[in-house]
Design a protein around this ligand. Sequence first.
Ligand code: FES
Length: 87
Amino acid sequence: MNSFCKVWINGKEMEVDPERKLLDVLRNDCKCKSVKDGCSEGACGTCTVLIDGKAVKACVQKMGRLEGKRILTVEGFSQWEKEVSHS
Ligand code: FES
C-alpha cells in the first residue's frame, strides 16, 4: 500500500497522506481559503469543491479515496469562470 496518494488540485499534482482529510489539505497545504469549515460533518456545504466535475463536500473526504482525482476549488477557476460565477 502506498504511503502517499497522488491527486491534482487546481491543476497541480500533489502527493499527500491518505489518512488526511481533503478540507485540511486544501486549506493548510494549498491555501485555498474559499473552502470553509462550517460544520466538519457534511451538513452545511461551505466546503464544497468539484472532484472530477462533481460537487462534493471536502470535509468528509479522506485523501486515500481520491487517488488520481482532479479537485477544483474557486481558486482554480479560469478568469472566465470567475467572471460568470459572479454575474
Ligand atoms: S464543513 Fe459543512 S459540509 Fe463540510
